[in-house]
Ligand binder design. Sequence first.
Ligand SMILES: C[S@@+](CC[C@H](N)C(=O)[O-])C[C@H]1O[C@@H](n2cnc3c(N)ncnc32)[C@H](O)[C@@H]1O
Length: 452
Amino acid sequence: MLKIGEQIEINIEKIVFGGEGLGYYNDFAVFVPMSVPSDKLLVEIISTKKSYARGLIKKVIIASPDRVSSERITFEDYHGCDFAMINYEKQIEYKKEMVKDVFSRIAKIENINFDKVISAEKIFNYRNKVIEPIGYKKGKVISGFYKRKSHEIFEVEDNYLQPKEVNKIFTYLKSRFTEKKLSVYNEKKHKGMLRNLMARVNSAGEIMLVVIINGNITKELKKILNDTYNKYKNVISIYVSINNKKTNFALGDKNILLYGEKIIKENLFGINFNISPTSFFQINIEQTKKLYELAISYFSDIKNKNIVDAYSGTGTIGMILSKEANKVFSIEMVESASKDAEKTAKENSISNITFINDTVENGLTKLLNSNEKIDSIIFDPPRKGIDKDSLQEVVNKNINELVYISCNPSTLARDVEILVSNGYKLTKLSIVDMFPQTSHVESVVLIKRKHS
Ligand SMILES: C[S@@+](CC[C@H](N)C(=O)[O-])C[C@H]1O[C@@H](n2cnc3c(N)ncnc32)[C@H](O)[C@@H]1O
């Protein structure tokens, strides 16, 4: 039996869903974060369970050929990116393996043949939305990432994934916060002001900044943000979000616009979308275009169809579909996102779309039981996937054609299994790499009614 603190030598055999490497020590499974198949490692055990243990790399003894460095070994070394130690081509291979593995274990579907595997051209600095927790270290205001499974913040100089301009503005803000001795929020005591920094950037390079605080906006904070607005011409919108709650969720209920525009715009397929601070928008714009194009191509004969865009966010997919479809119904539960979508439709003269600000659980059931004829549905749920009752409703109403975009292969496989056991067939499965340097993987599937 392995003990905490024990150091062992281990060979890594595979990467499992979630991104950790797996090796065996005397037939006992040991999971090792930041490891790569074919690594021979010196590992220190940090936790043990009945059937497996977890260990951290102390030293790379023999580096896998897929590894980018044998000196940089920790999560912090790779700026909080759990796949950045693997060369990019292999990241894609491991993502394919993870999806296959999950489909085999959960959906009991073997021999997956991917329809498309779309990797990214821009593999660094691709994020258009950034949220960093704020902390305090050695007399300075810092921001960055939480260390793994902890709430201790670590700061990196030039964050891998976010735009360089945002790094610069965050550095400026933090130096001004330090200079003016603004207080930093302390989770345990629920005291202090500065909680998080958030930025959104569009393809035109325009930036929306949101400073998330506990308490009230002070004169000093307002002055710093006014100076930031004047100094950086590409900052077109500055909000302060008030979050007085004890919660891990960053944004508060009250978002106060201090300077500039209420929303930031992003152009996709000729439509100018409106995005507020609280609305969901895909974080990698280049890959989003490819994802949407692929997902939409999975519908046969869009013309004359009535299509539901379920979990629609700011209405992107629905509005792109509405160019060709007869009618579209977009269902989204976040009010600001639905409002952004309505504004976008009006401004872009799109009239064959209806926005339903409701949960999919309620809104889809009502719609499927109304007089509207629904031909197809596209789902793009959060990580937890689609609830069982909504899937059952889809099955009961014999909806022929379902496209499902998912950021979590395990809930996707679970939902596909439910549909397959109710008369549907998994027709196509693709992956689009929306998140280079991380183990996250985005899948798109086409599911059709059998014998339809
Ligand atoms: C992964 S995002 C997809 C958004 C959109 N399809 C896009 O590409 O931008 C999921 C969306 O579902 C919304 N959502 C989460 N749970 C929901 C529910 N139960 N009912 C309706 N919408 C939900 C979230 O607010 C978010 O906007």
